[in-house]
Structure formats: structure tokens, C-alpha cells
Design a protein around this ligand. Sequence first.
Ligand code: UDP
Ligand code: MG
Length: 313
Amino acid sequence: MSELARQACDLSVVIPLYREGVHLGDTVKEISRVLEGLETRYELILVDDGSPDDTWQAITAQAKHNPAVKGLRLSRNFGKEAALAAGLEQACGKAIVVMDGDLQHPPSLIPTMLQCWRDGAEVVEAVKQHRGKESLQSRVRAQVFYRTFALLAGYDLRGASDFKLIDRRVLEAWRHMGERNLFFRGMSAWLGFRRVQLPFDVPERAGGQSTWSVLKLTRLAMTAVTSFSSAPLHLITLAGMGFMLFSLILGMQTIYLKLAGKAVDGFTTVILLLLIIGGAVMLGLGIIGTYVARIYEEVKGRPRYIIAEQVEQ
Ligand code: UDP
Ligand code: MG
């Protein structure tokens, strides 16, 4: 992109897309309608996260008709966080909006977000007020995750969404966070800056289905916790100390009973102790292993994503 074009942009809207081909036209139309009314020079960065459907064709078709649209295609499905990062790296606006491509993040909120930004906010976060039509199961999962995250990492992200407006300064600061394991919501909270929250109700999906499987969500939750907190490691140490104390007391009791000649065959105690301590050691090793795996991934230093193709007019 030329330097002139880079300067000629006030607002960037970044949207990661996975299997959103069917309703992409509607999404872009709806967002453009809102942005056209704002009289700002904007760009719409659509990132195809290696979708197997016709998302990329839909993006190219949009880019052909609309000079504001820029398309990126990742070489495979790297996950939403990576797709978001790819789009953010390309964004040239003074303010940058990130949102989902299924209209669950209402574009009608963008003008208010911009107003808050003009009034001095550096991060405008849209906070989910009503989570919309969501199964009880996923509600409970979200609750458990956010509570655990708050407890371990110290950031209360309840209601947080990836629908945000950030100032250029925040984006530049974000670029300096070199980690490969991405969790945008947490990273944005970590960055600080002057923040404003805007409540919104989550509407239904424009079409298609959510592609977040339990496995993908679990992986994201693990990334989130391990990237933002080392508390589980400290907890193991604490638990280990507890066990030490316990075994000390039990050891003294055993010796006393032996000396007093009252030792009975404590079969149950031995089995229970073996099970409890074995379990605790395995759990501890598992937690350490998870962190070692993260370190391994960071040390490998592989790129967060690979761009296969780009389109713009
Ligand atoms: N998404 C993505 N890569 C993925 C999964 C999802 O880029 O591997 C995008 C998706 O196209 C959408 C956003 O992330 O724009 C949110 O996904 P979705 O609507 O499936 O999640 P939910 O609304 O259930 O949180
Ligand atoms: Mg959605």
C-alpha cells in the first residue's frame, strides 16, 4: 500500500472469517451502510481464516466492487485469534474496530464507539449484556472460564467480547506483545489505556453455525490461562507443602504407634495415600507440562499465521 493510501484512512474495521461465505454479502452491506453514514475514510479488512467454503470467493467479489474492502487469505485455518492478528497487522486507521463476521456484533454500535473515541477513550469495549440465544451449557462454560480466569489471572473479563475499538497507540503497543499464543481479550485488558465500556445485546447469527467446537474452546481457555497467569504453578507448590505437612504428621503418628507396639496393618491408609499422592504428582506434572509446551511453542518462534493471498483494488 502506498504511503498516501496509508494516511488516507481514518478507520479500519477488521473481521476474521471462517465459513461465513453465505452471508458475507449481507454483513459487508450492513457494515458499509453504517460506515458510509459516518463520513470517515474507512477500510474493511476481511481475513479468510482458511475456510473450506466459498468465503474467499465472496471476499474477492466484495473487493472488486468496493474499493474500501481489503481481503487476506490465510494459508490454512489458524484460528480466530491469529486471523484477527493478521488483520490488525495490516490495519492503517487512526482507530481500529475489530468485530465478528456473523452480525452478532451489531455494526450500529460503531458510531457510538467512534464518538467515545473522539471523546478521549483509547479502548472502547462492547460488553455483552444479554448473551442472546445461547445454550445453558455454553453459558455455564463461559461462567466457569471467566471466574477461573479472574481468580488466576486477576482480570475480570465477564461479558467481554472481541467487539472493540482501539486507538492507533493501543495497536502499536499490542504489536510489541511478541507472544505466539494469542488471546486478544486478555491482551487488550493487559495493555491498559483509557477504557470505556458499551453494553450491547448479542443478536442471533446472520446465518451458518458457530464453528467453535468444545476442543477449540478448551484450547483457547488453556492458552488464556497459561499466557496470563503462572498461578497454577504456584498452586502446585502450595499443594506440595500441604502434602508434606500431612505426611509429616502421619509419619510421626506411625512411628509413635510402632514404638508403642500398637501398629496395625494400615492397608487402607497405604492404598489411599498412594492414590492421593500419585494423583497429585500426575496433576502437578501435567500442569508443568502444559507450561513447558507453551514455552516450546514460543521458543520455536514460528509465525502466528501465513498469508497466502491478498486482494484490494
Ligand atoms: N472465526 C475464525 N476462525 C475460526 C473460527 C471462527 O476466524 O477458526 C471467526 C468467525 O468467522 C466469526 C468469529 O470468528 O467471525 C466468531 O466466531 P463464531 O461466530 O463462530 O463464534 P461465537 O459467536 O459462537 O463466539
Ligand atoms: Mg458468532
